[in-house]
Design a protein around this ligand. Structure first.
Ligand SMILES: [Zn+2]
Length: 238
C-alpha cells in the first residue's frame, strides 16, 4: 500500500463504502502525518465512495488546514485528540454503522458471538456517554479519547463508533468487524434464546489465529483488489 497518507485515506474511504459503512456525507477516516505536522482527514461534504486523494486535507490540532483543498469535518477533534492521546495509533475511523449504533443503545456487553467479536471482547468496547451530539470541540474529542483509553474501539452511544489502529488497515477493518460483531449479537439476542459465546481463552487466542497480521494482510489485499476493480469499472475507457 502507498505510503502517501492521502492515498491511504482514499483507500480507507473506498473500503468502508464497499463494506456498507457509508452514511451519506458523514463519517471520516484519518491518518497521522508521517512528518508530525498533523492529521490527514477526508474533506467534508463527500460520500466515502467519492473520495479521491485530492479530497484529503492536512489539519493541525487547532483545526487549521495546512495543506489540501476542501472543507473540514466538524468532528475533526475526534481524530486529532485520539491521535494526540495515543502515540501507538496512526489511523482513526469514525462512522455511524446501524448495528453498532443500535447495539450501543442497549446495556448489553459485546460478546464474541463470531470471530470478529473476539477482537473487541473480552472486555468489550467502552461506551462514551458524554454527549450524543457532534464531537466538535477539542474538549469533547479529548473526552472521547479518554473513553477509548487503550481499547481499539469505543461506542459513541446514540451516535456511532470510533476505531483506532496502529495503521490504516487496522482502523478500517476494526470498524468493519465491530459492526459485524454488533450485528451478530443483535441477531442472536433477537431469538430470545440463551446465548453462547467463545470463552475468554478462545477469544484471546482468536486475536492471533483469526486477527493476526497474516490474516489481516490477506484480507486487506483482497479488499484493495475489490476497490480497484470497482474504480476501473467506473472509469470510462476511450
Ligand atoms: Zn459522527
Amino acid at each position: 500500500m502507498s505510503d502517501d497518507p492521502r492515498e491511504q485515506v482514499r483507500l480507507g474511504c473506498q473500503v468502508l463504502d464497499l463494506l456498507g459503512q457509508s452514511d451519506l456525507v458523514w463519517g471520516h477516516v484519518s491518518v497521522r502525518d508521517p512528518g508530525g505536522r498533523g492529521t490527514w482527514i477526508k474533506a467534508r461534504g463527500l460520500g466515502f465512495d467519492e473520495v479521491t486523494a485530492s479530497d484529503v486535507v492536512l489539519v493541525d490540532r487547532d483545526g487549521t488546514i495546512l495543506e489540501g483543498d476542501g472543507g473540514l469535518h466538524l468532528e475533526y477533534p475526534i481524530h486529532t485528540e485520539v491521535l494526540a492521546a495515543r502515540p501507538d495509533v496512526s489511523a482513526v475511523v469514525h462512522t455511524h454503522p446501524q448495528a453498532a449504533v443500535a447495539f450501543g443503545a442497549t446495556d448489553l456487553e459485546l460478546r464474541p458471538i463470531g470471530h470478529e467479536g473476539a477482537l473487541f471482547s473480552p472486555p468489550g468496547p467502552p461506551r462514551f456517554t458524554g454527549t450524543s451530539d457532534l464531537i466538535n470541540t477539542s474538549e469533547l474529542g479529548a473526552a472521547v479519547a479518554a473513553s477509548l483509553g487503550n481499547h481499539n474501539a469505543v461506542l459513541l452511544v446514540n451516535h456511532g463508533i470510533v476505531t483506532a489502529g496502529r495503521d490504516l488497515p487496522a482502523a478500517v477493518l476494526g470498524a468493519v468487524f465491530l459492526e459485524k460483531a454488533c450485528r451478530l449479537q443483535l441477531d442472536a439476542a433477537a431469538t430470545g434464546r440463551p446465548l453462547r459465546w467463545s470463552t475468554d481463552e478462545e477469544a484471546v487466542a482468536k486475536r492471533e489465529s483469526f486477527g493476526g497480521p497474516g490474516q489481516m494482510a490477506s484480507v486487506w489485499q483482497y479488499l484493495l483488489r475489490r476497490v480497484q476493480t470497482r474504480v476501473e469499472a467506473r472509469t470510462p475507457t476511450v
